[in-house]
Design a protein around this ligand. Sequence first.
Ligand code: HEC
Ligand code: HEC
Ligand code: HEC
Length: 412
Amino acid sequence: MGAAKLIRQLLGTVFLLASATCFAQDHSASPIANSPIERGRYLAAAGNCLSCHTRPGGEPFAGGVAFETPLGTLYSTNITPEPETGIGRWTVGDLQRAMHEGIARDGSHLVPAFPYTSFTKVSNADVADIYAYLRTLPPKRYTPPANGLWFKMRWPVALWNSLFFTTGRYVPDPGKSAEWNRGAYLVEGLGHCGACHTPRNAFLAEQQDKAYTGGVIRDELSRGKVGRWFAVNLTSAKHGLGSWSVADLEKYFRTGVSSRAGTFGPMNEVIVNSLKWLTPADLHAMAVYVKSLQAEPYAGDRVPPELVAAGASIYKERCEKCHGASGRGGFFSGPPLAGSAVVQGEDPASLINIIIHGPSRAKGVSYGGWETMSAYGDVLDDSQVVAVSNFVRGSWGNQAGPVSPAAVRSLR
Ligand code: HEC
Ligand code: HEC
Ligand code: HEC
């Protein structure tokens, strides 16, 4: 196998939480707390260490979450302070090297499914606080299953790093407010929002010139089946979050629901295990930063008028009751589809998933008066899912291209 192909396969894997599980763990703490442990608990929540390091039914932070890849399965590690199977022998410097450079204590390269490409921006002081917090966890003796052959051979990651990764802490922009800089620090660093929301190149590196314009990831579709999702365009383009205000974003981060949308897919864990634990001031700062992201206007195809028309009757029969004839939704029925980033996704996967499989509602999130949307996979055939998708993508000023039957079939 050629080096380029090997690197691509090794890293091509990178996203793919095989198992989306939410944990009700109290990691709330004030960031102004003057104990390093309490600060560390808060920062670990901001970095969502829990979601990726806790397997379904397993001990918190003991690892073993499976990341599916074409080269086999990669398992997250045990980060409890157990000396043999966890990181009990690690120094604070070892954790800094792992988070900033992607290098483990034994000198081996970590695979960027661990988002060190974002964590490199986190300050030394914040990593030290996370270290202090991790030391307080009950040590758990657990060794994740062995990784496949290709992950034992980690040199391609070094090559990939030399091509696509620059280590370095976040540098504040003096031209921007302290609030904006705090938001940027959290979104780009611990929040690793770009790991899902930034598109990747052929080598699966984030394309920084298209930062936050939406990326394809793999995650659970329903009942343990894994498939593609589109992590939407977060810029304020019309086909992104143009219709969201700073207050909408802040409310969505804090509660999982705003008048614009409710969490229903891979975002569930981000809300439940991470964002909902952050302070209003930090969530506001993140919203301010997200709202400032550079927006490129839509330049792709449009759904041809005859394909839009073909889905009108299905929409009227199945969707209009909650999302409205004008696509504006309703306070007691559902979110708007006019201006929705999910509906207008460059890749329609998340739109198709909610139609076929229905929303997976996040535990502990209140959806207010919104009635739960059903799964339409059994009542609509592929061509009807295509038709209603084209209808919502081409109506009310929405900007998006047509959906193909193959895209729908692949998500069943
Ligand atoms: C998106 C998923 C994801 C998130 C979020 C994540 N990790 Fe990990 N982490 C992984 C995976 C996967 C590995 C294994 C990488 C490998 O084996 O190459 C890993 C490996 C590590 C390692 C190396 C341990 C060892 O024994 O070599 C450390 C340390 C670590 N993570 C700490 C953290 C901390 C601290 C956080 C939160 C600030 C965090 N991780 C958040 C997925 C994640
Ligand atoms: C594990 C991948 C992943 C990560 C990490 C992630 N997102 Fe998402 N996000 C998604 C996906 C997929 C959706 C589509 C809807 C859903 O899952 O509910 C989404 C939806 C959203 C939406 C709402 C869009 C809508 O109309 O429903 C916002 C806003 C958002 N993400 C912001 C963020 C921010 C800010 C961060 C970082 C703190 C972040 N996301 C981290 C995958 C991710
Ligand atoms: C019973 C009311 C109801 C019906 C009928 C309904 N939905 Fe929904 N829909 C909702 C609610 C409520 C949400 C918010 C997510 C949640 O509740 O988990 C939602 C979310 C969505 C979203 C995500 C929007 C975003 O930006 O995050 C899309 C897309 C969507 N619905 C499309 C449809 C389509 C297409 C149909 C018809 C095939 C339909 N819905 C039928 C209530 C409904």
